[in-house]
Design a protein around this ligand. Sequence first.
Ligand code: SF4
Ligand code: SF4
Length: 291
Amino acid sequence: PAPLLRKPEWIRVKAGSPSSRFYEIKDILRANKLVTVCEEASCPNIGECFGKGTATFMIMGDKCTRRCPFCDVGHGRPDPLDPDEPDNLANTIAALKLKYVVITSVDRDDLRDGGAAHFVACIERIRQRSPGTRIEILTPDFRGRDDRALDILSAAPPDVMNHNLETVPRLYKQARPGSDYAFSLNLLRKFKQRFPNIPTKSGLMVGLGETDDEILQVMRDLRAHGVDMLTIGQYLAPSQHHLPVRRYVEPATFAMFEREAYAMGFTHAAVGPLVRSSYHADLQAHAAGVA
Ligand code: SF4
Ligand code: SF4
Protein backbone atom coordinates (compact mmCIF):
# COMPACT_ATOMS: atom_id res chain seq x y z
CA PRO A 1 0.00 0.00 0.00
CA ALA A 2 1.08 3.55 -0.68
CA PRO A 3 2.38 5.40 2.35
CA LEU A 4 -0.14 7.71 3.94
CA LEU A 5 0.68 11.30 3.27
CA ARG A 6 0.28 13.67 6.15
CA LYS A 7 -2.40 16.28 5.68
CA PRO A 8 -0.78 19.66 5.22
CA GLU A 9 -1.72 22.69 7.25
CA TRP A 10 -3.89 24.26 4.52
CA ILE A 11 -6.21 21.29 4.28
CA ARG A 12 -7.41 21.38 7.89
CA VAL A 13 -10.80 22.89 8.25
CA LYS A 14 -11.29 25.80 10.55
CA ALA A 15 -13.74 24.63 13.19
CA GLY A 16 -16.44 27.20 13.60
CA SER A 17 -19.51 26.70 15.76
CA PRO A 18 -22.38 25.73 13.47
CA SER A 19 -25.21 28.24 13.25
CA SER A 20 -28.71 27.55 14.49
CA ARG A 21 -29.76 27.45 10.82
CA PHE A 22 -27.44 24.46 10.43
CA TYR A 23 -29.31 22.50 13.11
CA GLU A 24 -32.68 23.60 11.78
CA ILE A 25 -31.79 22.24 8.34
CA LYS A 26 -30.54 18.96 9.78
CA ASP A 27 -33.78 18.45 11.71
CA ILE A 28 -35.98 19.08 8.68
CA LEU A 29 -33.87 16.75 6.54
CA ARG A 30 -34.20 13.96 9.07
CA ALA A 31 -37.93 14.42 9.29
CA ASN A 32 -38.25 14.11 5.49
CA LYS A 33 -35.78 11.25 5.09
CA LEU A 34 -33.77 13.10 2.49
CA VAL A 35 -30.11 12.50 1.85
CA THR A 36 -27.68 15.35 1.32
CA VAL A 37 -24.25 14.89 -0.13
CA CYS A 38 -23.15 17.52 2.34
CA GLU A 39 -23.68 15.06 5.20
CA GLU A 40 -22.96 11.78 3.41
CA ALA A 41 -19.63 12.93 2.08
CA SER A 42 -18.76 14.67 5.36
CA CYS A 43 -18.16 17.78 3.31
CA PRO A 44 -15.85 20.21 5.08
CA ASN A 45 -18.02 23.16 4.01
CA ILE A 46 -21.27 21.99 5.54
CA GLY A 47 -21.49 24.66 8.24
CA GLU A 48 -20.97 27.44 5.72
CA CYS A 49 -23.33 26.07 3.07
CA PHE A 50 -26.20 25.15 5.39
CA GLY A 51 -25.75 28.46 7.14
CA LYS A 52 -26.29 30.27 3.83
CA GLY A 53 -29.22 28.20 2.59
CA THR A 54 -27.42 26.05 0.04
CA ALA A 55 -27.47 22.26 0.01
CA THR A 56 -26.79 19.37 -2.33
CA PHE A 57 -29.42 16.64 -2.43
CA MET A 58 -28.89 13.12 -3.65
CA ILE A 59 -31.87 11.60 -5.44
CA MET A 60 -32.65 8.12 -6.75
CA GLY A 61 -31.27 6.32 -3.73
CA ASP A 62 -27.92 5.75 -2.17
CA LYS A 63 -26.73 2.73 -4.14
CA CYS A 64 -24.69 3.41 -7.25
CA THR A 65 -24.44 0.98 -10.15
CA ARG A 66 -20.79 1.99 -10.56
CA ARG A 67 -17.93 1.69 -8.17
CA CYS A 68 -15.41 4.50 -8.48
CA PRO A 69 -12.65 3.73 -5.97
CA PHE A 70 -12.38 7.35 -4.80
CA CYS A 71 -16.07 7.63 -3.97
CA ASP A 72 -17.75 6.94 -0.66
CA VAL A 73 -21.23 6.30 -2.05
CA GLY A 74 -22.53 2.77 -1.56
CA HIS A 75 -22.94 0.50 -4.54
CA GLY A 76 -25.05 -2.47 -5.45
CA ARG A 77 -28.44 -3.17 -6.86
CA PRO A 78 -30.39 0.08 -6.55
CA ASP A 79 -33.88 0.29 -5.10
CA PRO A 80 -36.78 1.16 -7.40
CA LEU A 81 -37.35 4.89 -7.86
CA ASP A 82 -39.47 6.46 -5.15
CA PRO A 83 -42.38 8.18 -6.92
CA ASP A 84 -42.87 10.46 -3.89
CA GLU A 85 -39.32 11.72 -3.96
CA PRO A 86 -39.94 14.77 -6.21
CA ASP A 87 -42.71 15.98 -3.87
CA ASN A 88 -40.73 15.29 -0.71
CA LEU A 89 -37.76 17.10 -2.12
CA ALA A 90 -39.81 20.10 -3.24
CA ASN A 91 -41.61 20.30 0.10
CA THR A 92 -38.35 20.14 1.99
CA ILE A 93 -36.68 22.81 -0.12
CA ALA A 94 -39.70 25.05 0.39
CA ALA A 95 -39.73 24.40 4.15
CA LEU A 96 -36.03 25.20 4.36
CA LYS A 97 -36.45 28.29 2.16
CA LEU A 98 -33.31 27.29 0.29
CA LYS A 99 -32.20 29.81 -2.31
CA TYR A 100 -29.91 27.60 -4.32
CA VAL A 101 -30.00 23.83 -4.52
CA VAL A 102 -27.86 21.28 -6.25
CA ILE A 103 -29.60 18.04 -7.19
CA THR A 104 -27.38 15.10 -7.89
CA SER A 105 -27.74 11.34 -8.10
CA VAL A 106 -25.93 8.07 -8.10
CA ASP A 107 -25.42 6.49 -11.50
CA ARG A 108 -28.50 4.52 -12.46
CA ASP A 109 -27.28 2.39 -15.31
CA ASP A 110 -30.22 0.10 -14.53
CA LEU A 111 -32.74 2.71 -15.77
CA ARG A 112 -33.32 3.09 -19.48
CA ASP A 113 -33.10 6.86 -19.33
CA GLY A 114 -30.38 6.91 -16.68
CA GLY A 115 -32.80 8.77 -14.42
CA ALA A 116 -33.34 11.80 -16.69
CA ALA A 117 -37.12 11.78 -16.24
CA HIS A 118 -36.76 11.67 -12.48
CA PHE A 119 -34.49 14.72 -12.59
CA VAL A 120 -37.16 16.52 -14.62
CA ALA A 121 -39.91 15.55 -12.18
CA CYS A 122 -37.83 16.95 -9.32
CA ILE A 123 -37.09 20.21 -11.16
CA GLU A 124 -40.75 20.70 -12.05
CA ARG A 125 -41.94 20.17 -8.48
CA ILE A 126 -39.28 22.42 -6.99
CA ARG A 127 -40.18 25.21 -9.45
CA GLN A 128 -43.87 24.88 -8.55
CA ARG A 129 -43.22 25.16 -4.83
CA SER A 130 -40.25 27.56 -4.86
CA PRO A 131 -40.22 29.60 -8.05
CA GLY A 132 -37.37 31.78 -6.80
CA THR A 133 -35.01 28.92 -6.00
CA ARG A 134 -32.20 28.37 -8.47
CA ILE A 135 -31.61 24.75 -9.41
CA GLU A 136 -28.33 23.22 -10.47
CA ILE A 137 -28.25 19.59 -11.50
CA LEU A 138 -25.10 17.53 -11.18
CA THR A 139 -25.81 14.57 -13.40
CA PRO A 140 -24.35 11.18 -14.25
CA ASP A 141 -23.23 10.63 -17.83
CA PHE A 142 -26.47 8.85 -18.83
CA ARG A 143 -24.16 6.15 -20.13
CA GLY A 144 -23.59 7.87 -23.42
CA ARG A 145 -27.31 7.97 -24.22
CA ASP A 146 -27.11 11.69 -24.02
CA ASP A 147 -29.48 12.63 -26.85
CA ARG A 148 -32.27 10.77 -25.21
CA ALA A 149 -31.48 12.28 -21.81
CA LEU A 150 -31.34 15.79 -23.29
CA ASP A 151 -34.69 15.29 -25.03
CA ILE A 152 -36.18 14.48 -21.65
CA LEU A 153 -34.42 17.34 -19.85
CA SER A 154 -35.75 19.86 -22.34
CA ALA A 155 -39.15 19.63 -20.61
CA ALA A 156 -37.69 21.45 -17.59
CA PRO A 157 -34.06 22.40 -18.00
CA PRO A 158 -32.11 23.39 -14.89
CA ASP A 159 -30.57 26.80 -14.19
CA VAL A 160 -27.09 25.29 -14.28
CA MET A 161 -25.96 22.01 -15.83
CA ASN A 162 -23.09 20.39 -13.99
CA HIS A 163 -21.35 17.16 -14.90
CA ASN A 164 -18.01 16.33 -13.38
CA LEU A 165 -15.09 14.87 -15.29
CA GLU A 166 -13.46 14.23 -11.88
CA THR A 167 -10.03 13.31 -13.23
CA VAL A 168 -7.77 13.27 -16.27
CA PRO A 169 -8.39 10.80 -19.12
CA ARG A 170 -5.27 8.73 -18.37
CA LEU A 171 -6.71 7.82 -14.95
CA TYR A 172 -10.25 7.00 -16.08
CA LYS A 173 -9.72 3.28 -16.25
CA GLN A 174 -8.42 3.15 -12.73
CA ALA A 175 -10.50 5.85 -11.06
CA ARG A 176 -13.72 5.82 -13.11
CA PRO A 177 -14.39 2.28 -14.30
CA GLY A 178 -17.49 2.22 -16.49
CA SER A 179 -17.19 5.91 -17.34
CA ASP A 180 -15.83 7.45 -20.50
CA TYR A 181 -14.03 10.79 -20.82
CA ALA A 182 -15.37 11.46 -24.33
CA PHE A 183 -18.99 10.62 -23.37
CA SER A 184 -18.80 13.09 -20.55
CA LEU A 185 -17.34 15.89 -22.67
CA ASN A 186 -19.95 15.25 -25.35
CA LEU A 187 -22.80 15.44 -22.85
CA LEU A 188 -21.60 18.90 -21.84
CA ARG A 189 -21.14 20.03 -25.44
CA LYS A 190 -24.54 18.79 -26.57
CA PHE A 191 -26.27 20.38 -23.60
CA LYS A 192 -24.68 23.71 -24.52
CA GLN A 193 -25.75 23.35 -28.15
CA ARG A 194 -29.35 22.81 -27.13
CA PHE A 195 -29.48 25.35 -24.35
CA PRO A 196 -26.92 28.02 -25.21
CA ASN A 197 -28.11 30.36 -22.44
CA ILE A 198 -27.80 27.86 -19.60
CA PRO A 199 -24.36 27.80 -18.00
CA THR A 200 -22.51 24.48 -17.99
CA LYS A 201 -20.06 23.47 -15.32
CA SER A 202 -17.63 20.68 -14.52
CA GLY A 203 -15.33 19.68 -11.71
CA LEU A 204 -12.03 17.95 -11.14
CA MET A 205 -10.21 16.50 -8.18
CA VAL A 206 -6.47 16.71 -7.80
CA GLY A 207 -4.34 14.25 -5.86
CA LEU A 208 -5.24 11.05 -7.71
CA GLY A 209 -1.93 10.82 -9.55
CA GLU A 210 -2.39 13.36 -12.32
CA THR A 211 0.13 16.02 -13.33
CA ASP A 212 -0.48 19.75 -13.46
CA ASP A 213 -0.15 19.67 -17.25
CA GLU A 214 -2.81 17.01 -17.51
CA ILE A 215 -5.18 19.17 -15.46
CA LEU A 216 -4.50 22.13 -17.74
CA GLN A 217 -5.24 19.97 -20.78
CA VAL A 218 -8.59 18.87 -19.29
CA MET A 219 -9.41 22.53 -18.69
CA ARG A 220 -8.71 23.27 -22.36
CA ASP A 221 -10.88 20.31 -23.38
CA LEU A 222 -13.72 21.68 -21.26
CA ARG A 223 -13.49 25.09 -22.88
CA ALA A 224 -13.38 23.44 -26.31
CA HIS A 225 -16.70 21.80 -25.39
CA GLY A 226 -18.26 25.10 -24.35
CA VAL A 227 -18.09 24.62 -20.57
CA ASP A 228 -18.48 27.90 -18.67
CA MET A 229 -17.65 27.14 -15.05
CA LEU A 230 -15.00 25.08 -13.31
CA THR A 231 -14.35 23.63 -9.87
CA ILE A 232 -11.09 22.05 -8.76
CA GLY A 233 -10.51 20.67 -5.27
CA GLN A 234 -8.17 18.40 -3.38
CA TYR A 235 -9.09 14.71 -3.29
CA LEU A 236 -9.30 13.41 0.27
CA ALA A 237 -9.50 9.64 0.57
CA PRO A 238 -12.71 8.72 2.43
CA SER A 239 -10.96 5.70 3.99
CA GLN A 240 -7.88 3.53 3.58
CA HIS A 241 -9.90 1.26 1.31
CA HIS A 242 -10.26 4.05 -1.22
CA LEU A 243 -7.66 5.29 -3.70
CA PRO A 244 -4.80 6.85 -1.78
CA VAL A 245 -4.02 10.55 -1.95
CA ARG A 246 -0.98 10.80 -4.23
CA ARG A 247 -0.22 14.42 -3.50
CA TYR A 248 -1.53 17.43 -1.70
CA VAL A 249 -1.56 20.23 -4.21
CA GLU A 250 -0.11 23.43 -2.80
CA PRO A 251 -2.11 26.63 -2.59
CA ALA A 252 0.21 28.31 -5.10
CA THR A 253 -0.61 25.62 -7.66
CA PHE A 254 -4.33 26.06 -7.07
CA ALA A 255 -3.81 29.78 -7.64
CA MET A 256 -2.07 29.00 -10.93
CA PHE A 257 -5.00 26.79 -12.04
CA GLU A 258 -7.38 29.59 -11.17
CA ARG A 259 -5.44 32.20 -13.16
CA GLU A 260 -5.21 29.85 -16.13
CA ALA A 261 -8.95 29.13 -15.91
CA TYR A 262 -9.87 32.78 -16.29
CA ALA A 263 -7.28 33.22 -19.03
CA MET A 264 -8.94 30.33 -20.90
CA GLY A 265 -12.30 32.06 -20.63
CA PHE A 266 -14.17 30.27 -17.84
CA THR A 267 -16.73 32.70 -16.40
CA HIS A 268 -16.16 31.34 -12.93
CA ALA A 269 -13.54 29.09 -11.39
CA ALA A 270 -13.81 27.84 -7.81
CA VAL A 271 -10.36 26.43 -7.26
CA GLY A 272 -8.81 25.54 -3.91
CA PRO A 273 -8.01 22.74 -1.48
CA LEU A 274 -11.46 22.49 0.06
CA VAL A 275 -13.48 23.32 -3.03
CA ARG A 276 -16.21 20.82 -3.85
CA SER A 277 -18.37 20.63 -6.93
CA SER A 278 -21.15 22.57 -5.24
CA TYR A 279 -19.01 24.88 -3.13
CA HIS A 280 -20.17 28.46 -3.52
CA ALA A 281 -22.41 27.21 -6.32
CA ASP A 282 -24.72 30.15 -5.62
CA LEU A 283 -21.89 32.63 -6.13
CA GLN A 284 -20.69 30.90 -9.27
CA ALA A 285 -24.13 31.00 -10.78
CA HIS A 286 -24.29 34.65 -9.88
CA ALA A 287 -21.05 35.28 -11.71
CA ALA A 288 -22.51 33.51 -14.71
CA GLY A 289 -25.57 35.73 -14.61
CA VAL A 290 -28.01 33.12 -13.36
CA ALA A 291 -28.87 34.02 -9.80
FE1 SF4 B 1 -22.96 20.54 0.50
FE2 SF4 B 1 -21.58 21.18 -1.68
FE3 SF4 B 1 -21.67 22.85 0.38
FE4 SF4 B 1 -20.29 20.59 0.57
S1 SF4 B 1 -19.83 22.32 -0.80
S2 SF4 B 1 -21.69 21.41 2.12
S3 SF4 B 1 -21.57 19.19 -0.63
S4 SF4 B 1 -23.42 22.24 -0.89
FE1 SF4 C 1 -19.59 7.64 -6.87
FE2 SF4 C 1 -20.59 8.80 -9.06
FE3 SF4 C 1 -18.74 6.86 -9.26
FE4 SF4 C 1 -21.23 6.28 -8.49
S1 SF4 C 1 -20.57 7.06 -10.51
S2 SF4 C 1 -19.34 5.50 -7.56
S3 SF4 C 1 -21.75 8.10 -7.26
S4 SF4 C 1 -18.46 8.93 -8.34
